[in-house]
Design a protein around this ligand. Sequence first.
Ligand code: WT7
Length: 570
Amino acid sequence: MNMNPIPAREGNHNLQDYEKTYNGFNWNEMKKQFSWNSTGKVNMAYEAIDRHAENPDTKDKVALLYSAPDKEETLTFNELSKKSNQFANVLKKHQIEKGDRVFLFMPRSPEFYMSFLGILKVGAIAGPLFEAFMEQAVHDRLEDSEAKMLITTPELLERVPQDKLPYLKQIVLVGGMKEGKQYISFDQEMKKASENFDIEWVDLEDGMLIHYTSGSTGKPKGVYHVHNAMIQHLATGQWVLDLKEDDVYWCTADPGWVTGTSYGIFAPWLNGVTNVIRGGRFSPEDWYGTIEKHKVTVWYSAPTAFRKFLSAGSEVASKFDLSSLRHILSVGEPLNPEVIHWGIEAFNKRIHDNWWMTETGGQLISNYPSLDIKPGSMGKPIPGVEAAIIDNEGNKLPPNQMGNLAIKKGWPSMMRQIWKRPEKYESYFIGDWYVSGDSAYMDEDGYFWFQGRLDDVINTSGERVGPFEVESKLIEHPAVAEAGVIGKPDPERGEIIKAFVTLREGHQESDDLLEDIRLFVKNGLSAHAAPREIEIRETIPKTRSGKIMRRLLKSWELGLPTGDTSTLEE
Ligand code: WT7
């Protein structure tokens, strides 16, 4: 395969700006673009929406372009500003105050975005949950965050264990009502609510958003982000997404994941562009159709989707007019060089990989429009970000040496807490370095190359799954005694989840049992957390202190040397 760098687009206007800003760039430069720089009044929802609604040149521009198979709807900045004001009034009426956690558990819809922005406007903290979560996953997140209110749909309500959530005081139902409890009707309350609202001005360091994400141990952790993150979202929207005034932008991620908020809400709207929202399942035809129909110019997706397009073949792509596309980006897992070469063939465009995490809140390493792409590399750090490969003591390693991918503290969108777990937060840092948990190296030109996770976190189709959460669910199954869960390499999904289990007395291995165990996780947690492979074993390897040795399971699975097993229990 051709591994030569792929040159940047010719005549890209960003190139010189990039070179200029990169040397000695200071985040204060970026602050000048915000209204609070002169007024002192801060709120993300104001900068993202209201500011454009107050401007006669942009107020009637389409902010949200909702496109679903059965429904299409557009909202201008002005309309979205009013709708989110209305919802903010609904929240106020129901005693939601600054700092309260208000969670959203529903499919992508215009109502989701009105609600989300309304939450920010009252100064509360939004907690979006992926619509495919099942009862246990929903419960753990609402319990840990002590969410006071949940916005959901009548269909999803059965996955909300209301009697086990003492802090949950109110439930707003979107798109229909249910008998029984005192539910709040989104539709009825919105009709009654005023379109004017006195936005709650907050501090840049006030809480705005919690995303739950997985580590290798313990339950999912609440990654807490503050309004200050907008500085990074505005900047990366320009440098990385390359957003310009007339762009039609489409980020395919669900807002239950951080890509769907940072780059599905904040970055596009802070930059005042039209944001395409499309829910539903993936199919190459529907997705290509969306690009063609709405003349999408900037498209942000994930390797798992690109690989599916690739296997669908270039003929499918050639049936659609994709000529509107100007800039394509990818995040979430390694972007195979093969996919980049295919992208050039199918779209006549380079796919720009970039790297970041839920915890970092925004892009940190990226292939800019103006950078030559080395296929397989995540690119270079953005201006104002210092990335390095360090050893376990925090010393920088020389080029081409593998180690911890680490970022110097202090970029604007960095998480500010792990909700209620300060020791967890501290454990991310070695001195001034935020340690990502990824291993990587940097080449002599300053490009970063991803090598793998250093912990046991699984990345399946770009979704981060903690083995502990799956193991905990598995052992709730009546037939399962012990469980160890690993990620197993897979050409399409990156990794699949493989579970090793031991059975309780009186249970025999059978295909039905294996399927029952798989469905138990799927129905209890979520489809993406369900193991695709389950193997019954006599024992699960553990350390003398009782920790499951997932690394050993993985070595066995892959037929690799087992390394140091001195801590293995007898
Ligand atoms: C983990 C973070 C950031 C939005 C989506 C994922 C992996 C992320 C890349 C990339 C290789 C990547 C890392 C990282 N990852 N981007 N460009 N190449 N791996 O957010 O769910 O918090 O997962 O995703 O392992 O640590 P997340």
